[in-house]
Design a protein around this ligand. Structure first.
Ligand code: ADP
Length: 689
C-alpha cells in the first residue's frame, strides 16, 4: 500500500494542485509564458491538447484573453506587484460561461517572477444574478405601469367629482357630470337618466352625442318605461353593477333600438346611493375603448354621483314645494309674516301682509323685526291710555316660544291710518325642537269691529228708547188699574190688564235681547252670592201661581222638605230668570187649564250636605218633536211645527242655557209631541271657579 511517508513534502504540491477545485496556472512575468497549470485549469478552458500550450506565451495559449484585456492586466500585476482580478466570459456552443480571473504576483527574493492565475467559474452566480436583475426590471416596469394607471384613474375620478361642486339643479348637475366624463373617456354618446324606482321609469336629465369631434343633438328618449322591453338600463337599475353590452359578444339586439347612432358598444352604470338614483349610459364606436380603467373609474364615482343626484333632486323638490307654497300664500287674503329666528329678520311676507301693514313688499323683506321703521309706526299708548302691543312684538314673543291665538292688534300704518287685525303667532320648531322661525297670520277685522261698535251703540240706544216709553205706559197702566172705575166696566179693566201684561212681556223681551247682545261680547254679568235656592224657588212658584190664572202650578220636592234650606253659590236674579223663562214657555206652549210642575231634587254628600240639585219644569203642552230637540237651545231657533201665532223670538232657551252654563250647570229637555215637555236643569251648589 502506497503511503505518503516516503514522499518528500515538496512533492505534495502537485498533488494538491491536481485536486484543487479551482483552476490555477502560473505564468512567467518575463514573457508571460505558461509555466504550469492544474487539471481544473484545463477543464475550464476549451483546449483540445492542454499540455501542448505549456511554454507558449499567454496570447497564443489563450487567444480570447487578448480581446478581453487580460494580457494588459498580467503586465500590470507583473510590473507593479499588485493583485488584480477580472470577470471574463466565453461562449461555447452558443452558451455563455462566466469566469472570475484573479491575478496574484509571485515574488522570489523581492522580485516578481511569476503571476499566479486563479480561475473560478461564476456562470451559475452570474446567470442567477442576471435572472434576478431581469425579474426586478420587469416588476419595476409593471409597478410603474400600475402606478401610471392608478394615477390616471385618480386624475379622472378627481375631474369627474369636481363637476359635482356647487351645482344643485339636477339637469345642470347631470350636464356637468357628462362633460367631465366626456373629457376623460371621449364617448361617442353619453346620457344621464334619473331613476324612479317605484314607477320603474327612467327620465333623461342630460345627454350629448359626439361625431367626428362635433357635438350633435342627443337622440336619447326623454323617458324610458319598464315595459319598453328588457332595456339594459332597467337591468342596470336593479343589478347595481355596470353592464357592458357589446354587439360582437351579445349581438346587435343588446343595443337598444332607440340608441342612435347605432354604436357597437354600450355601457350602463347604475348610480346607487341609498337606492338607485340614476343610470349613466355611454356609447363607444370601438369596443376596445371599454377598458378596465373606464369601468373602475366610473364604478368608483357612481356612489358619489348618486348622492349628488339625490341631493339635487331633493333640493329641487324642496324648492318647487316652497315655490308652490309661496304661490298659494301670496294669493291668501290673510297677511302672513315669517321671521327667521337666527337673524330676527323677515324671511317671507305675502302681499296681503304688506298691504295691511302699509309697507311695500321690499321694505319688509329682510328687515329686522326691531327696525326703527317697523317700530316707529306704532304708538305704545293710545288715546284711551291702554297699552297695546305691536304686531312685531307678537312675532318677537313667538320667537321666544309663545303662541298667541285670536289676538286683536291695532296696526298704525306709516301713513297714520289705523286698522285692527285679528292675529295668531306661533314659533316654528325644527325636528329637534329648536325654534327656527316664527310666523304671524293676521286678517283685517276693522269693518267687523266697526259693525260691532255700531251694533253695541244701536242696542244701547234701542234699549233706552224702548224702555223709556214702556216704563211710562207700564206706570200709567198700573195707575189705571188702581183707580176705582165707575161701575164695573169689564172692557176697561180687561184693556188695562192687557196693556200691563203686554208691557211686561215686551220688557222681558227687551231684557232678553240685551242679555243676548251682552253674551256675545262676554259682558253678561253674573253676581254669585251664598243663597237659599229652595226659598227662592218657592217664592217664584208662589208668584207665578198668583199672577197666572190660566194654568195651575205644583211644586214637587224629592228628597227635601218644604222647610229645608238648599244653600248654594249662585246669582239669584239669574236663577229666577232661568226658571221664569222655562215657566213662561210652559205657559205659552200648553193649553189653558193644564198643570205645570216645578220640581227640586237635591243630591247630598255623605255629610248630608247638598252638593248639587236637579230642577225641572214639566208641562202637559204641545211637546217637542225629536228633530227639534237638538236645536231648540240654538239662537233664534223655533220648532218647525210651532203655531206661529204663539209669539216668540227663539232666544229665551239660548239665553237660559248660557245662564245655566255660567253657573257650571247643564240643561236638557225630554218630551214627545202632544205629550208635554220636561226641561231639566242640573246645578252645582258649591263655589265654581
Ligand atoms: P221662543 O219661545 O221665543 O220661540 P225659546 O228659545 O224660548 O224661544 O224656545 C225655542 C223654541 O223651543 C220655541 O219656539 C218652541 O218651539 C220650543 N219650546 C220651548 N219651550 C217649549 C215647551 N215648553 N213646549 C214645547 N215647545 C217648547
Amino acid at each position: 500500500m502506497k503511503t505518503t511517508q516516503n514522499i518528500p513534502p515538496r512533492a505534495f504540491a502537485p498533488l494538491m494542485l491536481e485536486h484543487l477545485p479551482i483552476g490555477v496556472a502560473l505564468f512567467d512575468t518575463h514573457d508571460l509564458r505558461l509555466l504550469a497549470a492544474n487539471p481544473r485549469y484545463w477543464a475550464h478552458l476549451p483546449l483540445q491538447q492542454p499540455e501542448a500550450v505549456i511554454g507558449l506565451p499567454l496570447a497564443e495559449a489563450l487567444p480570447s484573453v487578448a480581446e478581453q484585456g487580460v494580457a494588459d492586466l498580467f503586465h500590470t500585476v507583473a510590473e507593479q506587484g499588485v493583485s488584480a482580478h477580472i470577470d471574463v466570459s466565453t461562449t461555447e456552443a452558443g452558451a455563455k460561461r462566466y469566469w472570475n480571473w484573479k491575478l496574484d504576483p509571485v515574488s522570489e527574493q523581492g522580485q516578481v517572477t511569476a503571476v499566479l492565475l486563479t480561475i473560478t467559474e461564476t456562470t451559475e452566480r452570474v446567470v442567477a444574478l442576471q435572472y434576478a436583475e431581469l425579474a426586478r426590471a420587469e416588476t419595476l416596469s409593471q409597478t410603474h405601469e400600475t402606478m401610471v394607471g392608478e394615477w390616471q384613474r385618480l386624475d379622472y375620478i378627481e375631474t369627474i367629482l369636481a363637476s359635482l361642486r356647487n351645482i344643485s339643479e339636477p339637469s345642470a348637475l347631470a350636464q356637468a357630470i357628462l362633460n367631465a366624463i366626456s373629457l376623460c373617456f371621449s364617448p361617442q354618446a353619453i346620457a344621464l337618466y334619473s331613476a324612479f324606482i317605484e314607477e320603474e321609469t327612467l327620465s333623461l336629465l342630460a345627454s350629448s352625442i359626439q361625431q367626428n369631434g362635433q357635438q350633435e343633438t342627443a337622440v336619447f328618449p326623454l323617458s324610458i318605461a319598464a315595459e319598453s322591453g328588457t332595456s339594459p338600463l332597467h337591468n342596470a337599475m336593479h343589478q347595481r353593477t355596470p353592464q357592458v353590452n357589446k354587439a360582437s359578444l351579445h349581438g346587435q339586439q343588446a343595443i337598444p333600438a332607440w340608441f342612435t347612432p347605432a354604436l357597437p358598444c354600450i355601457i350602463s352604470i347604475p348610480l346607487w346611493g341609498k337606492r338607485c338614483e340614476g343610470v349613466l349610459v355611454l356609447g363607444f364606436a370601438e369596443e376596445e375603448a371599454v377598458t378596465e380603467l373606464l369601468i373602475s373609474t366610473l364604478s368608483e364615482c357612481a356612489p358619489y354621483l348618486a348622492e349628488a343626484l339625490a341631493e339635487a333632486r331633493l333640493r329641487s323638490d324642496l324648492a318647487n314645494e316652497q315655490h308652490r307654497l309661496h304661490v298659494v300664500l301670496d294669493q291668501l287674503p290673510e297677511g302672513i309674516v315669517l321671521v327667521e329666528a337666527r337673524t330676527s329678520k323677515i324671511k317671507y311676507v305675502n302681499p296681503s301682509a304688506a298691504r295691511l301693514l302699509g309697507f311695500a313688499l321690499p321694505q319688509l323683506l329682510g328687515a329686522p323685526l326691531n327696525q326703527s321703521a317697523l317700530m316707529a309706526q306704532q304708538t305704545l299708548s293710545r288715546q284711551d291710555e291702554k297699552v297695546v302691543s305691536r304686531w312685531n312684538f307678537a312675532l318677537i314673543h313667538a320667537l321666544w316660544g309663545k303662541t298667541t291665538t285670536g289676538q286683536e292688534l291695532p296696526v298704525i300704518r306709516p301713513d297714520g291710518s289705523e286698522i285692527i287685525v285679528l292675529s295668531s303667532a306661533t314659533p316654528v320648531l325644527s325636528e329637534g325642537g329648536l325654534i327656527t322661525e316664527a310666523v304671524l297670520v293676521f286678517q283685517d277685522i276693522t269693518p267687523l269691529k266697526q259693525l260691532e261698535r255700531q251694533k253695541q251703540e244701536f242696542f244701547a240706544v234701542a234699549n233706552h228708547e224702548l224702555r223709556t216709553p214702556l216704563t211710562t205706559i207700564m206706570g200709567f197702566a198700573e195707575l189705571l188699574q188702581m183707580r176705582p172705575t165707575e161701575g164695573s166696566d169689564t172692557l176697561y179693566q180687561y184693556a188695562v190688564a192687557s196693556i200691563a201684561h203686554e208691557c211686561e212681556h215686551l220688557t222681558r223681551l227687551i231684557h232678553d235681547l240685551l242679555d243676548v247682545t251682552r253674551l256675545e261680547y262676554a259682558r253678561l254679568e253674573v253676581k254669585r252670592s251664598y243663597q237659599d235656592l229652595l226659598g227662592l224657588l218657592k217664592a217664584l212658584v208662589a208668584r207665578f201661581s198668583q199672577t197666572t190664572s190660566t194654568h195651575q202650578f205644583v211644586f214637587t220636592l224629592d228628597g227635601a222638605e218644604l222647610t229645608d234650606c238648599l244653600p248654594g253659590w249662585f246669582d239669584p236674579l239669574r236663577i229666577e230668570q232661568i226658571i221664569s223663562n222655562l215657566l213662561n214657555n210652559a205657559i205659552k206652549y200648553s193649553p189653558v187649564g193644564k198643570m205645570i210642575e216645578v220640581g227640586v231634587r237635591p243630591h247630598y254628600d255623605i255629610q248630608n250636605k247638598a252638593q248639587d240639585v236637579l230642577l225641572w219644569v214639566k208641562d202637559n203642552g204641545i211637546g217637542i218633536a225629536q228633530e227639534d230637540i237638538p236645536h231648540i237651545f240654538e239662537r233664534f231657533y223655533r220648532a218647525s211645527k210651532v203655531d206661529r201665532s204663539i209669539s216668540g223670538f227663539g232666544i229665551g232657551l239660548y239665553l237660559t242655557r248660557k245662564l245655566v252654563q255660567t253657573h257650571g250647570g247643564r240643561i236638557w229637555v225630554e218630551g214627545q209631541p202632544e205629550q208635554g215637555s220636561t226641561f231639566f236643569v242640573h246645578l252645582p251648589l258649591g263655589m265654581i271657579s
